[in-house]
Design a protein around this ligand. Structure first.
Ligand code: ADP
Ligand code: ASP
Ligand code: MG
Length: 400
């Protein structure tokens, strides 16, 4: 068997954990399997690099950020190779150049385009454990790129797809995918299985346990994933195609604090306004999520939308340069809270039940959006944990 195993930052945070991971990989290796291991930077090292960068320049060039980021993952794979070597097992570390892991050009948010498998295959043939840096790629300019925060999961899935691996295991610091972040929702329950679509929505809506691109790739290439803990041997969660889990209507609750609401008041009520506004934002690569347009009155209308906190100020500037309006309001102290579930499609009243949970908790909703398998509300940051718990309890997703 060829197994791709990915370990996140907390799983390799110190010497003891590095040896723990080394031993787990060696177990598989000694059973005769080919083992490819993807690692993230140790502990919170990526955050530390951001702090260091901003201390030098509060607005560092994205190219240089990626150059900086890649040392985190490189450190992990090199140390891991040394640990395995010490345990008497041949291992080799490879970075994105050595593999090579080709990506699109966008610094900080690149997508993997193609992976050369030859080097990895050669090393595996020599019976080595191959350790690959997560999160990084190389672009057509011969530069390092990174795949977005949490992107090592995507490296692992892309490698599993490219190598036609028999298994792809994502090891993290919780036992699997839960009905909500177990660190925030006290009754959260581990799911045995979750479908690609549900997991994709959960990940996109803030369940940081998996990078959403990794789930997208897994679905596209039919890579079944197992999410489990690196610190125990409990069974994890299987992410796969298929029937919705346990006939539940809602499978999980997710929150995303990286949301800002931009309200543009008093735009002209005429054709083309929405186009001009969102086209200008799109040209600057600003992703928009929820959109709300008011009913026109006295020749004017209002448009509100959400985007990433990081893009909000730029969005305000772009809009001001593009269109006439009366006023604009940017609020970064908001979060998106969502419920996700394939079972919602055929169930009336799911949204109402979610709103009731928020009403019971006396939490005001600022915006709402829905799709076939999710309902998202925008609320004030300070209410997020309370909202998650209230909704989770209302849908009885917990253990009790
Ligand atoms: P890693 O470094 O291993 O990639 P991450 O911090 O990226 O770990 O992801 C694991 C974390 O995701 C958990 O510690 C947990 O707090 C968080 N999380 C958010 N939503 C969920 C969920 N629905 N199920 C499990 N964990 C979740
Ligand atoms: N080290 C990177 C990050 O912290 C990638 C990852 O952990 O997946 O975002
Ligand atoms: Mg992660």
């Amino acid at each position: 068997m060829l197994i791709v195993k990915k370990f996140g930052g907390t799983s390799v945070a110190n010497k003891e954990r590095i040896y723990n991971v080394a031993k787990r990989c060696i177990e598989d290796y000694q059973k005769g399997n080919d083992v490819v291991v993807v690692l993230s930077a140790m502990g919170k090292y990526t955050d530390e690099l951001i702090t260091m960068a901003q201390d030098i320049n509060e607005n560092p060039p994205k190219r240089e950020m990626d150059m900086l980021f890649t040392i985190g993952e490189q450190m992990s794979v090199a140390l891991m190779a040394m640990a395995m070597n010490k345990l008497g097992v041949p291992a080799i570390s490879l970075n994105a150049f050595q593999v090579a892991m080709h990506s699109t050009s966008v610094y900080g948010n690149a997508r993997i385009k193609r992976i050369d498998c030859e080097r990895i295959r050669n090393e595996l043939e020599q019976r080595k454990i191959v350790l690959v840096t997560g999160f990084q790629g190389i672009n057509k300019y011969g530069d390092y790129t990174t795949l977005g925060r949490g992107g090592s999961d995507t490296t692992a899935v892309a490698l599993a797809a490219a190598l036609h691996a028999d298994a792809c295991e994502i090891y993290t610091d919780v036992d699997g995918v839960y009905t909500a972040d177990p660190r925030r929702v006290k009754n959260a329950r581990k799911l045995d299985t979750v479908t690609y679509d549900e997991m994709l929505e959960l990940a996109t809506l803030g369940a940081g346990v998996l990078h959403n691109r990794s789930v997208e790739l897994a679905k596209k290439y039919g890579v079944q994933l197992v999410v489990r803990s690196s610190l125990n041997t409990n069974e994890g969660t299987i992410v796969k195609e298929g029937a919705k889990m346990e006939k539940m209507i809602v499978s999980g609750v997710a929150a995303d604090a990286d949301a800002a609401r931009v309200a543009v008041i008093g735009l002209k009520d005429e054709p083309g306004v929405a186009f001009k506004l969102f086209n200008a934002l799109a040209k600057h690569n600003i992703n928009i999520d929820m959109i709300l347009q008011s009913v026109g009155r006295k020749g004017t209308k209002d448009i509100s939308f959400t985007c990433s906190d990081l893009d909000a100020d730029e969005a305000e500037q772009i809009i001001s340069d593009t269109l006439p309006f009366e006023s604009i309001d940017v609020n970064k102290n908001v979060s998106k809270v969502s419920i996700v579930g394939a079972g919602m499609q055929s169930n009336a009243g799911v949204a109402a039940k979610m709103f009731e949970a928020l009403y019971d908790a006396n939490i005001n909703i600022r915006m709402i959006s829905t799709s076939e398998i999710r309902v998202t509300v925008l609320i004030d940051d300070i209410n997020t944990d309370r909202a998650m718990n209230a909704i989770h309890d209302k849908f009885d997703l917990g253990d009790n």
